[in-house]
Ligand binder design. Structure first.
Ligand SMILES: [Zn+2]
Length: 250
């Protein structure tokens, strides 16, 4: 990727830290217009973050042509990326509250970018839509039936509020049914796809090193995108790494 790292006066220019920050341009880089002392601070932060990562890094998730969310030997072709943020408290800071991850101070954040095939993405998306889809379909169907005057009349003959109560019950039952359906499907899908990200080898590896997923919920869903992030710490692909002037246009 063409990068415009033009500021040769930057104390970090051409350094490993510069490569690891992986900015598209000097403008907007955390080291922009920083003096040597501040640049050293940034270098220390980046070094600290890298010290917390698995030694082989996280690039293997997004550099291959194959899906990294598929289970088993056969992996689908990568067509998109599933993004999942993980955070780690800064061991140099005293405060280790999870809430600090979202702030800039006191913690580190790295996006895991799972190369993902169409099949895995669809499985995740289906489970995301299914609960509300079930309710909408069942409720729509129930409404169409209850709205029929003969049906409504006979319901009202029993009790005036019965048509509404019927709809409320259908909503509650379909919501519960949706949940059961999601569970059944998740178990089935889980044989093909890592449907529980916490079970993914890379996430387990990161967790063992003290990283935590920042998304709430029991089964966090990655954010799917066609293009991966190519900017910022943790997005560097090994072939892009800084090797003298050669790989970076100036
Ligand atoms: Zn897959």
């Amino acid at each position: 990727m063409e990068r415009e790292l033009t500021n040769r006066n930057c104390p970090l220019w051409g350094s490993e830290t510069c490569a690891r920050l992986n900015m598209r341009a000097c403008r907007g880089c955390p080291a922009e217009e920083k003096d040597a002392l501040e640049a050293d601070q940034i270098r220390a932060d980046v070094d600290q973050l890298y010290a917390l990562l698995p030694p082989e890094g996280v690039a293997s998730l997004f550099t291959g042509e194959r899906c990294t969310l598929c289970r088993g030997e056969r992996k689908g072709k990568r067509t998109c990326y599933g993004l999942y943020d993980m955070g780690h408290a800064d061991p140099r800071a005293q405060k280790k509250k999870l809430s600090l991850f979202r702030g800039k101070a006191g913690g580190f954040l790295i996006p895991l970018q799972f190369g993902c095939c169409d099949g895995c993405r669809r499985r995740y998306q289906l489970l995301g839509w299914l609960p509300s889809l079930t309710v909408i379909l069942c409720l729509g169907l129930a409404l169409a039936i209850v709205a029929q005057e003969p049906v409504a009349q006979s319901l009202r003959a029993v009790w005036r509020g019965l048509p509404l109560l019927t709809l409320l019950m259908v909503a509650a039952i379909s919501f519960a049914a949706g949940k059961v359906l999601v569970k059944v499907l998740r178990d089935r899908f889980n044989q093909l796809t890592y449907m529980d990200l916490k079970d993914h080898p890379m996430v387990r590896r990161m967790s063992a090193l003290g990283w935590e997923g920042l998304q709430e919920g029991k089964y966090p869903q990655p954010v799917f995108t066609r293009q991966r992030l190519t900017n910022g710490v943790g997005t560097l692909a090994p072939e892009e790494s800084f090797e003298g002037d050669g790989k970076i246009s100036d």
